[in-house]
Design a protein around this ligand. Sequence first.
Ligand code: GLV
Ligand code: MN
Ligand code: MN
Length: 394
Amino acid sequence: MVDAARFLADLHRLRDFGRTGTGVIRPAYSAPDIAGRDWLAGRMVEAGLVPRFDAMGNLFGLAGGRSLLLGSHSDTQPTGGWLDGALGVIAALEVARAAREAGGPAISVVSFQDEEGRFGGTTGSAVWSGTLTLAEADLVADTDGVTLAEARRVLGDRVGPDVDAGQFTGFIELHIEQGPALDAAGAQIGVVSDIVGYREMTVTLSGQQNHAGTTPMALRRDAFQGLSRFAVRLEDRLRNVVTPQSVWTIGHVTVAPNAASIVPGQVRFSVQWRDGDSDRLARMRGVIEAVLAEVAGEIGLGLEIGPVLMLEPVAMDRALRGRLEAAAEAVAPGRWRVLPSGALHDATNVARLMPVAMLFVPSIGGISHAFEEDTAEADLVAGLRVLARAAGVA
Ligand code: GLV
Ligand code: MN
Ligand code: MN
């Protein structure tokens, strides 16, 4: 039987690694991330699992033999919440521990590395699943110019051989919803139908750096004006292409030289868009690139578009999803829903290797990727119990 108090104690212990106010700062390969993973490896040993780091720093706790794999990620956003990823990892640990105490079934645990995308997005599971080679991933640099190859040196002699996916019969990931649907509906559990697809690229607009007092407005080639015109026009132009579920975000911006009395010479920014339909993602890309070219032409800016990162939409496995639905009805009768995931998850990559399914618990106020992120304790425990039941550990 799962032990709710032991689960909550471990969840709060992991929160201490990188704790900052009510939130957590534990990005991939940072000192708190590695310390948290070392602590987790120790808890795995105590639970009778064999801990194993792969070259990316994904941490597996292996049950030995054929087993179901449960887990999520324990890295966070640069300023993240305490439950995003951590909940699924610690719930997996508790279910595996309870299963061993009960004499079965065999349950393994994983904490993937860099789900939050210091080096792209869902990087650890992308490499493990073969979506991306380690050599390709190693070349990616974070926003400070540090490459993955450099960052993962911190793993040192923790790294063991690759972990064979053939030993796992399937993967279930418990996660917070990170959106408003369950909270607004008063539901306790969400069973995920599918995970959205996403695209992301870095754009550079280059103009002419100049004096902010003497350069007439008509003569400026202001890179920041290019970005602002793009952002406003994009909203209008996408209107006929998108649905209310489509989203797009300009989330990371660097303005150079970023000084009050200088007309900005260059802006570099991320453009990310998500939707459940690959064709719509392609149509959105067409609109985004057309508006960028238009705006650059109007203001006389250079335009450079970097490689496009892609994850396709993924449907959850029917059989595993059925187990989650039955478990949700048993634990929270009438208080569960089926819903799609607008957030990305490691499950997308793992679906290349084995059947996958996901369940959600509510995020209070729909807030996530923020220090305010939280979930009612009763809902955290309900999520643990549904996961355990679906895994055959009632
Ligand atoms: C991952 O957290 C994402 O959806 O960006
Ligand atoms: Mn997450
Ligand atoms: Mn996240």
